[in-house]
Write a protein that binds this ligand. Structure first.
Ligand code: FAD
Ligand code: SF4
Ligand code: SF4
Length: 403
């Protein structure tokens, strides 16, 4: 009997999916089970498009197509919640199972708090995440460091802290990610994980129903199994049914394996805190003074709306930044920069999950994720319930001028 808060080793009983999957294909097979038994109407996940740098979302209701989604795409930097919320109004009753990285699971939770989606209809099948790699710098890295044509790469994987690629002729090249980020990156060539991922402390998707990963998979199980944590009762229920129906094979991990999984997670959290300390002053607690530091960055803004359009939390049907039409709203005019960003801050920063979509799309290279993350860390400390807490007013505190 599968139970909440327990950890299991799982693999697919389907040899073909097991081969296609990253760590035994249990996740893909669970999706197949959910479709075949009509527990869900559709599966929303990610598949490789033209090449390994091109991860695209796929919504399928066909269990026979599920093999297309197997495997981990480490250059898949998308936040699938954005796609879901866009179409949710059209199909509000559709029951979906969605593969989610931790930041995607958190975003879905925030969207449900804002009544934008109904989590009763959504099963969140989580994957652990140590970070995603931006496609273009990664292509440059493969060509400059590995001296391989990036178009010839047919596969990539992360194994024991190494980023490894496989060429068409079967040859392998790999590099330690720490070395890549610490020693080889320079001002002009920043290689490795996206900067928001380096600072991310959420490596295990605890907001999801289940969390699949390879941390803690030891010995004979390595490569062929995932270590899966159960976070909810319904997560336990679907796993139990899929095992009893013969879709998944289960083994009990040793105590040592579970401890190692925890230790890796702790070391990744510490690494993320180190990156936060390197990237900003974690003790700076006045939000306006944080914004002031980035005044010159905000001044570069051309108000292309890229960050707003990419943000999975931005939720207004009609955006006041376009509609209330003060002079600076006219397209082509550069706005008085703080207003645009202050309004975005008020709308989304409380729910910002550091997913990095805004920074990824900004044509002016404004370090948006870094700025919002810094502010978000301060807001986490200011949790405030109106009429309940005898604390300084939160909004008042936000906009207090720096002394
Ligand atoms: P599969 O059957 O291969 O299914 C994989 C699922 O992941 C599919 O549904 C696929 O659509 C989805 N997927 C692939 N790429 C993405 C993407 N970019 N974004 C969202 N969904 C995607 N485990 C760890 O323990 N430590 C890690 O540091 C770690 N980092 C990861 C980073 C990424 C970007 C991903 C996608 C996974 C990571 N994992 C990590 C999880 C691990 O690689 C396996 O996905 C997990 O063990 C499940 O294996 P499986 O064979 O059952 O999955
Ligand atoms: Fe993974 Fe965190 Fe980056 Fe999201 S922000 S892709 S969860 S490391
Ligand atoms: Fe300004 Fe960059 Fe946002 Fe465009 S994406 S509106 S340039 S901050």
């Amino acid at each position: 009997m599968i139970e909440k808060n327990q950890v299991y080793y799982l693999r697919s009983s389907d040899e073909k999916i097991s081969e296609l999957g990253e760590c035994g294909g249990a996740l893909t097979t669970l999706m197949k089970f959910l479709l075949e038994t009509k527990i869900v109407d559709g599966v929303l996940s990610v598949k490789k498009s033209n090449d390994i740098y091109d991860a695209v979302p796929i919504l399928t209701c066909d269990a026979n197509k599920i093999g297309e989604t197997a495997g981990s795409l480490h250059c898949g930097t998308l936040n699938i919640a954005k796609i879901l919320v866009k179409y949710f109004d059209e199909f509000p009753e559709m029951k979906l199972a969605i593969t989610v990285k931790p930041c995607e699971a958190e975003t879905l939770l925030e969207l449900s708090m804002r009544d934008k989606i109904n989590l009763d209809n959504i099963l969140m099948i989580g994957v652990n995440c140590g970070g995603t790699f931006p496609p273009v710098p990664t292509i440059n890295m493969i060509e400059n460091i590995f001296e391989v044509n990036a178009d010839d790469i047919i596969n990539e994987e992360i194994d024991k802290g190494k980023f490894i690629v496989e060429s068409e002729d079967g040859s392998l090249k790999g590099i330690n990610i720490d070395q890549l980020e610490e020693e080889i990156s320079c001002e002009n060539n920043i290689y490795g994980r996206r900067s928001n991922c380096r600072r991310c402390e959420m490596n295990i998707p605890t907001s999801a129903d289940l969390g699949f990963g390879n941390w803690g998979v030891l010995g004979e199980y390595t490569g062929g199994y995932s270590c899966v944590e159960v976070f909810s009762e319904r997560g336990a229920e679907i796993l139990d049914k899929s095992i009893k129906s013969g879709f998944l094979l289960v083994e009990e991990p040793s105590k040592e394996a579970v401890e190692i999984r925890q230790k890796v997670d702790i070391s990744m959290v510490n690494l993320a805190k180190n990156w936060q300390n390197r990237d900003f002053d974690v003790n700076k607690n006045d939000i306006l003074s944080i914004l002031t530091i980035y005044d010159d960055e905000f001044k570069k803004c051309i108000k292309c709306f890229g960050c707003r359009n990419a943000c999975p939390i931005c939720y207004c049907q009609e955006c006041t930044l376009e509609d209330s039409a003060p002079e600076w709203v006219d397209k082509g005019k550069i706005p008085p920069s703080p207003l645009f960003h202050l309004e975005r801050l008020i709308h989304m920063v409380e729910s910002c999950t550091n997913c990095g979509q805004c920074e990824d799309v900004c044509p002016m290279d404004i370090p948006l994720a870094k700025i919002w993350h810094q502010i978000n860390l301060r807001i986490n400390e200011l949790k405030y319930s109106p009429g309940m807490d005898k604390k300084e007013l939160v909004l008042f505190d936000y906009f207090k001028r720096p002394e």
